[in-house]
Design a protein around this ligand. Structure first.
Ligand SMILES: Nc1ncnc2c1ncn2[C@@H]1O[C@H](COP(=O)(O)OP(=O)(O)O)[C@@H](O)[C@H]1O
Ligand SMILES: Nc1ccn([C@H]2C[C@H](O)[C@@H](COP(=O)(O)OP(=O)(O)O)O2)c(=O)n1
Length: 237
């Protein structure tokens, strides 16, 4: 597409990667820059976890968890300047970031019936963002998670695997959660990042780029450089 030319068909950008690689922050910035909607699919797994815990469901009861998720009144706000997560009218945007949710979300994300249901909702949201009357000025969406490039939107116009070294990811998450990246803070972050990635990767592969997926390694890039690297992939499509 030439610079300045108006796109007529919706643009779908899929971004996957491990915890702390920068998916959420970079995807939001890319969406804002291009005037697209933004879908945080990890937030949907977190919302499902919150909903089950809130409903008193044992996360080890796979059938009860799947039934509860199918009944969950979830609404995802896709404005990248102010993304929201509400369940039955309750804003749970902050609650889903608590450590208790981070610690237990993999139990829900590894439930295959839950993945089928949330995948269905994610495809619907991506489809919806392509309609002219959706929120955004442009038509289209940046959707990020673990299986967007491979399972949810394998036909996306742009598919990126955003990676970073374990060291960089732990330091970033530690800085974010503890305000510090000293040895003790990094150690306290290890479960949230590495154990969770190990559990999650039993059901979905997000460490190696699938065919046609472009890898952006942000280990040695700062935030702005990483956003630019993804925008360069979009421009080169
Ligand atoms: N390239 C980068 N360099 C330094 N910090 C970054 C970079 N990308 C993201 N961050 C920061 O790292 C933290 C984790 O990023 P986040 O977007 O939440 O990752 P993910 O969604 O992949 O878990 C955030 O505080 C974010 O601002
Ligand atoms: N498409 C997706 C998105 C997230 N997940 C899982 C993996 C994670 O443990 C949880 C939460 O995802 P989230 O992106 O918020 O995780 P981070 O906080 O970035 O590490 O959901 C998934 O299985 N598939």
């Amino acid at each position: 597409m030439e610079t300045g030319e108006l796109s007529t068909s919706p643009l779908v950008i899929a971004i996957d990667g491990p915890s702390g690689s920068g998916k959420s922050s970079v995807s939001k910035a890319v969406a804002r820059s291009l005037g697209l909607s933004y879908l945080d699919t990890g937030a949907m797994y977190r919302a499902a976890t919150w909903w089950c815990l809130h409903s008193g469901i044992e996360l080890t009861d796979a059938t009860a968890v799947a039934d509860a998720v199918r009944a969950m009144p979830l609404v995802m706000g896709v404005d990248p300047a102010a993304p929201t997560v509400t369940v039955g009218g309750t804003d749970i945007g902050e609650a889903i970031r608590e450590t208790s949710i981070s610690a237990s979300v993999s139990a829900v994300a590894t439930n295959l019936d839950v993945r089928a249901e949330l995948g269905r909702l994610q495809r619907a949201a991506i489809e919806e963002a392509g309609h002219a009357d959706s929120f955004s000025q442009g038509r289209g969406i940046v959707a990020e998670g673990r299986d967007i490039t491979t399972v949810v939107a394998p036909d996306a116009d742009v598919r990126v695997l955003l990676t970073a070294s374990e060291e960089a990811r732990l330091a970033r998450r530690s800085l974010e959660v503890h305000g510090d990246a000293d040895a003790a803070s990094v150690e306290a972050t290890r479960d949230q990042v590495l154990r969770r990635d190990a559990d999650d990767s039993t059901v979905v592969q997000f460490h190696v780029a699938a065919d046609g997926v472009v890898t952006v390694d942000s280990s040695d890039l700062d935030f702005d450089q990483t956003v630019q690297a993804v925008l360069d992939v979009v421009a080169a499509r």
